[in-house]
Design a protein around this ligand. Structure first.
Ligand code: MN
Ligand code: MN
Length: 295
């Protein structure tokens, strides 16, 4: 990996870390989810980072992929377990990091389970490590707290302007030939739950990604697609980032574009046993001495 590339990864990581620190300050009972997302995203751009994906704010049995939708009126509640997952990039070099927040030490040991699983995984992360070993370490750590890892969520390799290159970093013991190599960039993200240990797609989505140009009937949908292709050609975007169309027309346009195969939608991910889910995530550059860019 070139020195300049490493520097960009590190800079993105620093900005993402700052955004997580801001989140820890502003996520409070009664705070607006929409304003929280907006403040975190302004913090990123204020520090000259680019937003790699909409700030995921997923509570309780929703593990990931939730974010504020347009005109969202939801607020945080006293007993919420809140996952904040942030993406920053510099020229496409991505920092992906997440933390879990609760109030009054609620479910503190479940927060600790995912955090410690991440720390233990990072300890064995170096060139030559089989990624199945990372999954094993995560699983054993989470189980030692009496919880289950979410088996069908995983970390991933990062590429320039690509959040998920196609290879996953497992959260459970896995048989694989894949070993880490110098120059790899990966996100490690254990999820712990007191539920069934798996997620399924929920019934709503607020995050989308451009796939390809497809003919659609609705003019508002065609305009939306042109805008998305121009501004978010490879990275995900939030419905709330679009200035037009609004309201029902926005929902209709997004639905048409998803049906036409022009946009990919990311449904919210819900724990199948309605268990609470916690998450911790860092981005690591695999070097002779690995660099945790978001720590
Ligand atoms: Mn993430
Ligand atoms: Mn990730």
């Amino acid at each position: 990996m070139e020195k300049e590339t490493i520097e960009k990864y590190i800079e993105a990581g620093k900005i993402a870390k700052k955004a997580i620190e801001l989140a820890k300050k502003i996520v409070k009972p009664g705070a607006s989810i929409l304003e929280t997302a907006q403040k975190i995203e302004s913090e990123i751009t204020k520090n000259n980072g680019q937003i790699a994906f909409p700030t995921n704010i997923s509570t309780n049995d929703f593990a990931a992929h939730d974010t504020a939708f347009p005109n969202d009126t939801r607020t945080f509640k006293d007993d919420d377990i809140i996952k904040i997952d942030i993406g920053v990039h510099i020229d496409g070099y991505i920092a992906d990091t997440a933390t879990t927040i609760s109030f009054n030490n609620n479910k503190a040991d479940m927060l600790k389970a995912s955090r410690e699983a991440l720390q233990n995984a990072i300890k064995i992360t170096r060139p030559g490590t089989n990624i199945g070993e990372i999954g094993k370490t995560i699983q054993e750590t989470i189980e030692s707290f009496g919880y289950k890892p979410v088996s069908n969520l995983s970390g991933h390799y990062l590429g320039q302007y690509t959040i998920h290159t196609g290879t996953s970093i497992p959260n459970i013991k896995t048989d694989t030939d894949v070993t880490l190599k110098e120059g790899d960039a990966i996100a490690i993200e254990p999820f712990a739950t007191d539920g069934a240990g798996a997620i399924r797609d929920g019934s709503r989505a607020a995050i989308y990604r451009f796939i390809q140009n497809r003919p659609v009937r609705l003019q508002a949908a065609r305009k939306l697609l042109t805008f998305a292709q121009k501004n978010y050609s490879t990275l995900p975007f939030a419905a709330r980032w679009l200035k037009e169309p609004k309201g029902f027309m926005l929902d209709t346009a997004l639905k048409q574009l998803v049906q036409a195969g022009a946009l990919h939608e990311y449904p919210v991910l819900k724990e199948i046993g309605n268990g609470t889910v916690t998450q911790a995530e860092h981005t690591v550059l695999i070097q002779e001495k690995p660099i945790v860019t978001t720590a």
